[in-house]
Ligand binder design. Structure first.
Ligand code: UDP
Length: 235
């Protein structure tokens, strides 16, 4: 098998790392997700990961807390996940570096774009923690931003559903799945693929987004090889 792309940005939601327990990290689940990452890198793909933090904390759901402080907590949560993913990759023999948008040099490299690209060129996976480093943003936006910065060919957005639907497939059995959408479809119809900041950034920089189900981790390899999986959002 051959990868279709040279460089991809994989967005893993925090939820995807929690497994059935739906909170925190289920390390066996993380290992299962990291195995197809290993396979993809072994095929010569350059792969960077942006991790979410929703399995621990989301700033926007913090209730009475000051939003900025709550978002700082959310960014710390993404860093816990980044370290978990890095550990799983290392256990599978994949060279990996963690870079955080907020410096915590004792546990990770600070985010330096050129350095991240150099790691990728050397076959290392780079896991980005702390999102964009700014409150009021999401890790989807961080994925769009980092993808633009490192010149990724595509964002692979791993989710808990097998693509984008016209309504919630968990609530409506007649929900229709789209194979292909434009950025404008996502923005105008307010489809819950990613927030509008992230979608706009992808549109402005022409970065396609493939939304697929991570419940079957092997979908990562399928997506990387260009097999038909999930929903693609592009121009
Ligand atoms: N966050 C932030 N700035 C960013 C990215 C994330 O403040 O650039 C915070 C925010 O509180 C968010 C939390 O980190 O709720 C976790 O990220 P997200 O909700 O995107 O995680 P996911 O839903 O993908 O697991």
């Amino acid at each position: 098998m051959e990868p279709k792309y040279k460089r991809v940005l994989l967005k893993l939601s925090g939820e995807s790392l929690a497994g059935k327990q739906s909170y925190g990290i289920d390390f066996d689940t993380v290992l299962k997700i990291c195995e197809p990452i290993r396979q993809s890198v072994a095929m010569g793909l350059e792969l960077a990961v942006v991790v979410g933090g929703g399995n621990f904390w989301r700033g926007r759901s913090s209730g009475k807390m000051d939003r900025t402080r709550a978002d700082h907590m959310g960014m710390l949560a993404t860093t816990i996940n980044a370290l978990g993913v890095a550990d799983a990759l290392e256990q599978l023999g994949v060279p990996v570096r963690v870079q955080t948008a907020i410096s915590m040099q004792e546990i990770a490299e600070p985010y330096i774009r050129n350095r991240a690209v150099r790691h990728l060129e050397k076959g290392r996976v780079v896991v980005f923690g702390c999102g964009t480093g700014n409150p009021f943003f999401s890790t989807d936006t961080a994925a769009a931003l980092r993808a633009a910065e490192i010149d990724a060919d595509i964002i692979l957005k791993a989710t808990m559903v097998d693509g984008v639907y016209d309504c919630d497939p968990k609530k409506n059995p007649n929900a229709v799945k789209y194979d292909e959408l434009t950025y404008m479809d996502v923005l105008n119809r307010n489809l819950q693929v990613m927030d509008s900041t992230a979608a706009t950034l992808c549109r402005d920089n022409g970065i396609p987004i493939l939304v697929f189900n991570i419940d079957e981790p092997q979908n990562i390899v399928k997506a990387v090889c260009g097999d038909k999986v999930g929903t693609i959002v592009k121009e």
